[in-house]
Design a protein around this ligand. Structure first.
Ligand code: IPD
Length: 275
């Protein structure tokens, strides 16, 4: 049957670009902001609008496929990955950035078949950079091929992380303790840019060496995981074991050595599971 998922990926690219246009325009306009799991877990009418735009277009074209979307999930839809072709969508990654007009905001569309990630499309709406990867066929930003760095140790590496939505004292202590450990090992720097997917794209493009986070979700990880792996990098669980898309935690790096070294230093912050 030739290439069964090409049409899906082409559609994902078109929709990410269209959604990105909506997000780019909405960035400078007045927004209605609500909260979800915590007072810092934000959502706007644009998150809902864009998710609906993407999912309704996909459902019409691929009626037998399944969908996991950030805002449909918080509205009560189940977050389960089956063997069916499944789209995993974050309409606006970096909603807090979006609310504050901080210009790092992305649309993320991942696609899995038989529980395996097949392709990922991430659109940096403000810089108009399109990150894409298809399993076995490399990762790209616009037309340029992406490659991870070869850094193997925490010392001298540039590491990205995200804070996550819990802000109780015990969680903050663990979060800051993790940062402190990595800095003690003489990491060159740690950055928090406000978008898990764009952080992961920076690993894929070799602009930083590693990313870790507790408290993110499958829609922050699905597309980016394919992009990093196709750029030569590694995406694993914070325990050091294989990635579990639903476990709300991740370490990614250009080398397995660096991913494992970071995993070994991290104290676990429990965010439960997506499924
Ligand atoms: C969030 C952002 C944030 C990260 C959260 C994500 P959202 O995604 O990527 O930087 O810390 O874990 O859920 O809510 O803006 O789509």
């Amino acid at each position: 049957a030739g290439d069964p998922w090409k049409q899906c990926m082409d559609t994902a690219v078109q929709l990410a670009l269209r959604a990105g246009q909506v997000v780019r325009k909405a960035l400078t306009e007045e927004k209605r902001v609500s909260t979800k799991t915590s007072v810092v877990d934000l959502v706007t009418e644009t998150d809902h609008f864009v998710e609906e735009l993407i999912i309704s277009a996909l459902r019409e074209k691929f009626p037998s496929h399944r969908f996991i979307g950030e805002e449909s999930t918080s509205a009560g839809s189940k977050c389960v990955l089956t063997d069916s072709p499944t789209w995993i969508i974050d309409p606006i990654d970096g909603t807090c950035n979006f609310v504050h007009r901080f210009p790092l905001v992305a649309v993320s569309i991942g696609f899995a078949v038989n529980r395996e990630l097949e392709f990922g499309v991430i659109y940096h709406c403000i810089d108009e950079k399109l990150y894409t990867a298809r399993k076995g066929r490399g990762a790209f930003c616009n037309q340029a091929r992406l490659h991870v760095t070869k850094e193997t140790g925490i010392k001298n590496s540039l590491i990205l992380t995200e804070i996550g939505p819990k802000r109780d004292p015990a969680t903050l202590k663990l979060f800051l303790g993790n940062m402190e450990r990595l800095l003690t090992f003489q990491a060159h720097g740690i950055r928090v840019i406000g978008s898990a997917t764009l952080s992961l794209c920076h690993i894929a493009s070799g602009a930083s060496d590693a990313f870790y986070q507790f408290g993110l979700h499958c829609w922050d990880l699905a597309a980016a995981t394919v992009i990093i792996r196709e750029a030569g990098g590694f995406v694993i669980d914070t325990s050091g074991g294989p990635l579990d898309l639903m476990s709300c935690r991740v370490v990614a790096a250009g080398t397995m050595e660096l991913a494992q070294s970071i995993a070994q230093e991290l104290q676990t912050i429990d965010y439960g599971r997506d499924d």
